[in-house]
Design a protein around this ligand. Structure first.
Ligand SMILES: O=C[C@H](O)COP(=O)(O)O
Length: 247
């Protein structure tokens, strides 16, 4: 079975009630490829508003979730609270959280387990810095990040892996189609060797890092690129062109 194309929009810490309603209006009225699964991740404050206004068929993701069920954890949101609000996905392991908020592999893995155990899908982000790429450590870095979750989880069916080279995020410096395809193929080979043939065949591996309406078509033609995680361009009307990149 071919893997369903998947496009996520990560708004990061951008937007306002008015701006997010406008983005939702654009998505609601656009003709979107029915074969593409679309998930958008607004800031936590706007999750409910987004879910209430967005048309059915497009899912909403949190940008983060905590690994404890409830209690004295100021500022955090639990898996059950997301489910209670019809939020069905979460991003985890984004490099901005790994680098700026110093989340390590073990913490990201623990949150991934909590989300999956609770029935929330996880867009699991991994990727290398420029320094790591220049010292040929890309595959080692990415597989180390993946190994941390492999040790905690058994069911991969609700995971989408987002390969996001840090040097390509928000820089306008997109990875070339060859660079992206090479890492995606290596991730798939790792899944085959370390997890199973089935998981390798079925897991979506999406690319993130300066994806735009201009570069998405070529990237989408690569055999191991199953979609995108879009930052900056997800705030713009051209996001719908990225969703429709396989049309
Ligand atoms: O989560 C999305 C990525 O960090 C990519 O962001 P960007 O499209 O603004 O480069």
């Amino acid at each position: 079975m071919p893997r369903q194309f998947f496009v996520g929009g990560n708004f990061k810490m951008n937007g306002s009630v008015e701006a997010i309603k406008k983005i939702i209006g654009n998505l609601n009225s656009a003709d979107l490829d029915p074969k593409t699964e679309v998930v958008i991740a607004p800031p936590a404050l706007y999750l409910l508003l987004t879910r209430e206004h967005l048309k059915p068929g497009i899912e909403v993701a949190a940008q983060n979730v905590f690994d404890k069920p409830n209690g004295a954890f100021t500022g955090e949101i639990s898996v059950d609270q997301l489910k209670d609000s019809n939020i069905t996905w979460t991003l985890l392991g984004h490099s901005e959280r790994r680098v700026i908020l110093q989340e390590d592999d073990a913490f990201v893995a623990s949150k991934t387990k909590a989300a999956l155990d609770g029935g929330i899908g996880v867009i699991f982000c991994c990727g290398e810095s420029l320094e790591q790429r220049e010292s040929s450590k890309t595959i080692e870095v990415v597989t180390t990040q993946l190994r941390a979750i492999k040790e905690k989880i058994a069911d991969w069916s609700k995971i989408v892996i987002a390969y996001e080279p840090i040097w390509a995020i928000g820089t306008g410096k997109v990875a070339s189609t060859e660079q992206a395809q090479e890492v995606h193929a290596a991730i798939r080979a790792w899944l085959k060797k370390e997890v199973s043939d089935k998981v390798a065949d079925e897991t979506r591996i999406i690319y993130g890092g300066s994806v735009s309406e201009k570069n998405c078509k070529d990237l989408s033609k690569q055999p191991d690129i199953d979609g995108f995680l879009v930052g900056g361009a997800s705030l713009k009307p051209a996001f719908t062109d990225i969703i429709n990149s396989r049309l």
